[in-house]
Design a protein around this ligand. Structure first.
Ligand SMILES: CC(C)(COP(=O)(O)OP(=O)(O)OC[C@H]1O[C@@H](n2cnc3c(N)ncnc32)[C@H](O)[C@@H]1OP(=O)(O)O)[C@@H](O)C(=O)NCCC(=O)NCCS
Length: 162
């Protein structure tokens, strides 16, 4: 494989099928591929996600197979300077395709998009497994820690308006 063989595209609402396909085996893109896939996604849920103007989702394909993805949120800034920054929510390279430059290519495509759209900064809440990768891609540790709280008993739904 050369990097030129990998095709990276930014998905839009008409690409719901690709997102549904990824959901079937997205455990293979996880740090621990023995976990279950995230579960079947409805067409409407996939379309709604990809139609969200604050969601950016790049998919890397090789010969018809899915080999990587990168998902960011556009975060508006309240103060002077660039109008927004990116939050890199999640990315993954298929376990059989790691360490061949796919992750780096996805980050490069994201950076190109940032430059075109006047954005300077991207943040990532990284897991320990991936920290070395992000450092190779030029990310640096910031002070502070990322905390998370999960509320129990919230029913699944597809969008804010559902
Ligand atoms: C982290 C991940 C996306 C990297 O993808 P990848 O396609 O293997 O990365 P690349 O091949 O482009 O690697 C780029 C550089 O980072 C290095 N690198 C890759 N993974 C690394 C890791 N886990 N730790 C340290 N360095 C790593 C590579 O050796 C390469 O260095 P080089 O250019 O000097 O040779 C991939 O391991 C993955 O999908 N992990 C599981 C999911 C995950 O952890 N996602 C991040 C969630 S925050």
């Amino acid at each position: 494989m050369t990097n030129a063989d990998v095709r990276i595209r930014l998905l839009g609402p008409d690409d719901a099928d690709a997102l549904m396909r990824l959901a079937e085996t997205d455990n293979l893109f996880d740090e621990d591929p023995s976990v279950a896939p995230s579960g079947a996604l409805t067409y409407d849920a996939a379309r709604s996600f990809l139609g969200d103007p604050t969601a950016l989702f790049w998919l890397a394909e090789l010969g018809g197979g899915l080999v990587g993805f990168l998902h960011c949120c556009i975060q508006r800034r309240r103060n002077a300077g660039p109008w927004a920054e990116l939050l890199l929510m999640e990315m993954g390279t298929h376990m059989e395709w790691r360490r061949r430059g796919i992750g780096r290519s996805l980050v490069a495509v994201m950076e190109e998009w940032m430059r075109e759209h006047g954005m300077e900064e991207v943040w990532v809440p990284a897991n320990l497994y991936a920290t070395g990768f992000y450092e190779k891609c030029g990310f640096a540790k910031d002070e502070g820690e990322i905390l998370v709280k999960a509320l129990g008993g919230v029913a699944a739904r597809e969008s804010m308006n559902a």
